[in-house]
Ligand binder design. Structure first.
Ligand code: ATP
Length: 457
C-alpha cells in the first residue's frame, strides 16, 4: 500500500448480520466500552443500581435532548424541572400512599422475594434456576401488598411528621404546577407540560440490566385538554409517540401497541396503551400513553383545597381539564436503543445507532502517526468539535480503529492521509455498510449535518 492511499478494509465475507442473541453480550460491551458500570463496583456493587460511564452519559444526554426538543420546540408544550421531594400530601392525593403497591410473594425454600404478577421474568434462588413456583420444592406464600415508595425524613428529626418520599414518578410535579405554567406562559388549552427527571421505586424484582431499576429517569409529558376532546388527543399522541421511536431508527417489527384491558386499566384511566418492544426476554413496556381523565387535577384540588380549574375564555366556562399522558423511561429507551442497534457478523460487532443518539458523531484518524498527518487531524477535529462530539484515535491499524468505533456506534470514520495534505480531501467511512467516499475537508461539517438530519430518509 502506498502512503498516499487510505487503507481499505479487507472485505472478507462477513456473513449475515445477526441481532443480539444474549443480553449478557450487551452488558459486557457496555462495561468494557464505558456505557454502563455496576454502581459501587469496588464494594461488590449494589443490586440493580447502575452508573453511566463516559459514553453512556453522552448517549443518555442525547436521548434526553432528542425527546426534549421533540416536545418543547413547538408552541403548545412548556418544559419544567420540579423538585424530587414534594409535600407528602401530594402522594396521598395521587393515591400512591394507599395504592402504589405491587403484590409480593416469598419463597419459604429459597428465601427469594418475587413480584407475583411478574413471576415469568424472575429466577428462583435454587440451582438449577427456574421460575419461582416451577420447582417441586418451591413454597410460595400468598401475595401481600408492598408499597414501592422510598421514604426519607426532612430535617433533623426522624419522626412520622417529617416523612417525605422520593418521587416515584415525575408527573405529580407537573400536575401541581398546572396553573403556574398556564398563567405564567399565558397558555390556552390544549397545551402540555414536559419534564425529565429522576424517579425512585423500591421495585421487588428489579433486573434485566437497566430495564427495571430502583432509581431511573422518566421523560413525561402531560397534555391538558378540554373534556370531550380527550380521546382525539389520546389517538394523536399514540401516533406521535410511536413515530418518535421509529424516527430514531427503532425497527417497526420490534414495536407494538398493547391496549390495557379492563383488568389492567388503572382506576383513574379512561384508556391506556403501552408501546412495547421485543427484547430478547420478550415483549415489554417501553412507554405508556394514558388518558387520565380529570382524576389528577380533581384529587389535587380536593386535597389542597385550591381551585385548579381552567377558565376557558371562548366558552366562558370553568372546568378541570382532562390529561393525556405520555411517559417513557429514559433508561428504558436507552436500553431499547442499544438492544435494537446491536449487530454482529463473523467480522465485527457494531451498534447501528441513529447518529443523533450516537455518543460520537464521528472519529478522526491520521492514517499514520506522522507529525504532518497528526497536525491536520487536530485541525479537522477542532473544527468538527465546534459542532459535534468527536473522537480522535491514532493507535493501532486503521482497521482496528474502525472496529473500535463500530462497537460504540460512531457513524462516520474520517481518515486523514497524504492525499489530504495535497488536495484537502478526507476519506469518510460509513459504519453500517463500511463504504468509503472522499469529501473536501472544509465541507465536513455541512456533510455530517446533512447526513445526520436525513438519516434513514
Ligand atoms: P411496571 O408495571 O412495569 O412496573 P408501570 O406501568 O408502573 O411499569 P409507569 O408508571 O407507566 O410504569 O412508568 C412509565 C415508564 O417509566 C415505563 O413505561 C418505563 O419506561 C419507565 N419505568 C417504570 N418503572 C421503571 C423502572 N423500575 N426502571 C426503569 N424504568 C421504569
Amino acid at each position: 500500500m502506498s502512503e498516499n492511499q487510505t487503507e481499505k478494509l479487507v472485505e472478507k465475507d462477513p456473513g449475515p448480520a445477526k441481532d443480539i442473541q444474549d443480553m449478557a453480550d450487551l452488558v459486557s460491551l457496555s462495561k468494557r466500552r464505558g456505557f454502563v458500570f455496576p454502581s459501587s463496583e469496588v464494594y461488590g456493587g449494589i443490586n440493580a443500581c447502575w452508573d453511566y460511564g463516559p459514553l453512556g452519559a453522552e448517549l443518555k444526554r442525547n436521548v434526553k435532548d432528542v425527546w426534549w426538543n421533540a416536545m418543547t420546540r413547538r408552541d403548545d408544550i412548556e418544559g419544567i424541572d420540579a423538585a424530587i421531594l414534594m409535600h407528602p400530601r401530594v402522594w396521598e392525593a395521587s393515591g400512591h400512599v394507599s395504592g402504589f403497591v405491587d403484590p409480593l410473594v416469598d419463597c419459604k425454600t429459597c428465601k427469594g422475594r418475587f413480584r407475583a404478577d411478574k413471576l415469568d421474568m424472575a429466577h428462583c434462588g435454587n440451582k438449577p434456576s427456574k421460575k419461582p413456583g416451577e420447582g417441586s420444592d418451591c413454597q410460595l406464600t400468598e401475595p401481600r401488598q408492598f408499597n414501592l415508595m422510598f421514604k426519607t425524613h426532612m430535617g433533623p428529626l426522624e419522626d412520622s411528621a417529617s416523612i417525605v418520599y422520593l418521587r416515584p414518578e415525575t408527573a405529580q410535579g407537573i400536575y401541581v404546577n398546572f396553573l403556574n405554567v398556564q398563567q405564567s406562559m399565558r397558555q390556552k388549552l390544549p397545551f402540555g407540560i414536559a419534564q425529565i427527571g429522576k424517579a425512585f421505586r423500591n421495585e421487588i424484582t428489579p433486573g434485566n440490566f437497566i430495564f427495571r431499576t430502583r432509581e431511573f429517569e422518566q421523560m413525561e409529558m402531560q397534555y391538558f385538554v378540554k373534556p370531550g376532546s380527550d380521546m382525539d388527543w389520546f389517538e394523536k399522541w399514540k401516533e406521535q409517540r410511536i413515530q418518535w421511536h421509529l424516527d430514531l431508527g427503532i425497527r417497526k417489527e420490534k414495536l407494538r401497541f398493547h391496549a390495557h384491558g379492563p383488568g389492567e386499566l388503572a382506576h383513574y384511566a379512561k384508556a391506556a396503551f403501552d408501546i412495547e418492544y421485543l427484547f430478547p426476554f420478550g415483549w415489554q413496556e417501553l412507554e405508556g400513553i394514558h388518558n387520565r381523565s380529570d382524576f389528577d387535577l380533581g384529587r389535587h384540588q380536593e386535597f389542597s383545597g385550591k381551585k385548579l380549574e381552567y377558565f376557558d375564555e371562548e366558552a366562558k366556562e370553568r372546568y378541570l381539564p382532562y390529561i393525556v399522558e405520555t411517559s417513557v423511561g429514559c433508561d428504558r429507551f436507552l436500553l431499547v436503543a442499544l438492544t435494537d442497534a446491536y449487530r454482529s457478523d463473523n467480522e465485527r460487532v457494531w451498534l447501528k445507532l441513529h447518529p443523533k443518539l450516537a455518543p460520537f458523531k464521528a472519529a478522526v484518524f491520521p492514517l499514520m502517526k506522522k507529525p504532518e498527518l497528526m497536525e491536520y487531524t487536530d485541525k479537522v477535529s477542532a473544527e468538527l468539535r465546534k459542532k459535534f462530539r468527536v473522537d480522535r484515535d491514532d493507535s493501532g491499524s486503521i482497521g482496528k480503529r474502525y472496529r473500535r468505533q463500530d462497537e460504540i456506534g460512531t457513524p462516520f470514520g474520517i481518515t486523514i492521509d497524504y492525499d489530504t495534505l495535497s488536495n484537502h480531501t478526507v476519506t469518510v467511512r460509513h459504519r453500517d455498510l463500511m463504504t468509503q467516499e472522499r469529501i473536501p475537508a472544509d465541507k465536513l461539517v455541512q456533510y455530517l449535518d446533512e447526513k445526520i438530519d436525513n438519516w434513514g430518509k
